[in-house]
Design a protein around this ligand. Structure first.
Ligand code: SAH
Length: 387
């Protein structure tokens, strides 16, 4: 039996038969990119070192076949922590009166992009709470300014739920990608995580609108969020299988002291990494970040994420003065360093495990075999000898 050395965690396969069934399921997933709900649940429920290692090995092999040892970077610009929503897990929820609110000006945002460009970033992610100040006009103006200055860059937006017309205007202004985690694919779970005025249906409506308009779309969820069961995670995986996002953000849930979930347990690095591997097997070419939340709960979280199949990191480009204020969860890392330091630190970390951060927009590489879901499926894997 293999022991998972890199995390220091150990999950023994107690029954030989079970562990064999899991490794069979992992093989099956790598070839067909699909399992039943029950099978996904079984994979999660009965995971052990052998399965975790097998999934990570295959995921890394597949990822290397498509992206080599390149790791894409996205410069994260946290444009505002003002939010009209009251998500029960989030530190910048509107009811948190202890939160020191800020919003960046148009010029500050453009300056962050300028700094980022000189540091080799070719994707900027504008993320924030749902702050009405950032009207379509203002966001279109900012997107236009960045795109005309840096036409070789991609802009990703992550500013929550908006109307079809709003998404369309932002897309026409030059935004390329949109991150909107679905948070959970279980309707009842969605209700437990959110206030009454938010709905699962609207979240899904937004994701479908974004796709229809032409964005590269990212969904995702928190691992270990309150009330989450293995069955619910299986539903998330089934959703990812069906939706085929271009990007998928998953990170551990980390409690924030000034939220209703302040005393809840945090998610684990072990399960997050295992799910990163599984998602890579479901969707070989997906852009999959090793998130800051993963780096927050484990000192080598981002390295572990990459070694489990992730291929994106998102260093912070926000002005140092506001970083601590954009606190979605407690103890967030990288709040004290300048952008250049953040980038260098990640570059060193990635090099230490044999990966290179590249100066590239980092678009998804289309995998025709997977897209077509024809008899060619699995070809990428076979071509690279991963089976
Ligand atoms: N307002 C935007 C951006 C939200 S912040 C939107 O609605 O998309 C980005 C993500 O951070 C969220 O989608 C959520 O999944 C994650 N997040 C929020 N609070 C968190 C917490 N306490 N622990 C871990 N991740 C959290």
């Amino acid at each position: 039996m293999t022991v998972r050395k890199h995390s220091g965690l150990s999950f023994k396969c107690t029954e030989r038969g079970k562990s064999m069934k899991i490794t069979d399921l992992i093989e099956k997933l790598a070839v067909s990119h699909s399992l039943s709900l029950d099978e996904y649940e079984f994979l999660i429920e009965n995971r052990c070192d052998e399965a975790i290692n097998a999934a990570a090995e295959k995921a890394v092999c597949i990822r290397k076949g498509i992206y080599g040892n390149a790791v894409y970077v996205r410069g994260l610009i946290e444009i505002s922590n003002i939010c009209k929503n009251d998500c029960k897990y989030c530190g910048i929820r509107k009811s948190n009166t202890d939160c020191d609110r800020y919003r960046l000006t148009r010029d500050e945002i453009i300056e962050c992009a300028e700094t980022g460009y000189s540091l080799g970033f070719r994707t900027f992610v504008l993320q924030g709470g749902e702050d009405g100040y950032f009207s379509d006009d203002l966001l279109c103006d900012i997107i236009g300014a960045i795109k005309s200055k840096y036409p070789d860059c991609a802009i990703t937006l992550s500013v929550g739920e908006r109307s079809y017309d709003s998404y369309k205007r932002l897309y026409d202004a030059g935004a390329d990608r949109y991150l909107l985690r679905h948070e959970t694919a279980d309707r009842e779970h969605y209700r437990l995580l959110h206030p009454d005025d938010m709905s699962y249906d609207n979240r899904m409506r937004c994701l479908n609108d974004l796709r229809e308009i032409g964005y590269q779309v990212g969904c995702g969820f928190m691992v270990g969020s309150p009330y989450q069961t293995n069955r619910m995670i299986a539903k998330d995986l089934k959703f990812i299988e069906a939706f085929k996002p271009d990007m998928c953000g998953i990170g551990p849930f980390v409690p924030h002291k000034n939220t209703p979930f302040g005393d809840m347990a945090q998610g684990t690095a072990e399960l997050t990494c295992y799910l990163l591997s599984i998602i890579r097997l479901i969707h070989p070419s997906v852009l999959l970040p090793a998130t800051t939340a993963l780096g927050t709960i484990h000192p080598q979280g981002r390295e572990l994420g990459i070694r489990s199949g992730a291929n994106v990191v998102m260093p912070n480009l926000s002005p140092v003065l506001v970083r601590k204020k954009y606190e979605l969860y407690d103890n967030k890392i990288c709040t004290g360093e300048e952008s250049a330091q953040c980038r260098d630190c990640l570059e060193t970390r990635m090099r230490s495990i044999g990966y290179e951060i590249v100066t590239d927009r980092g678009d998804i590489k289309r995998d025709a075999a997977y897209d077509a879901k024809t008899s060619l499926k699995g070809e990428v894997i076979n071509k690279n000898g991963c089976l």
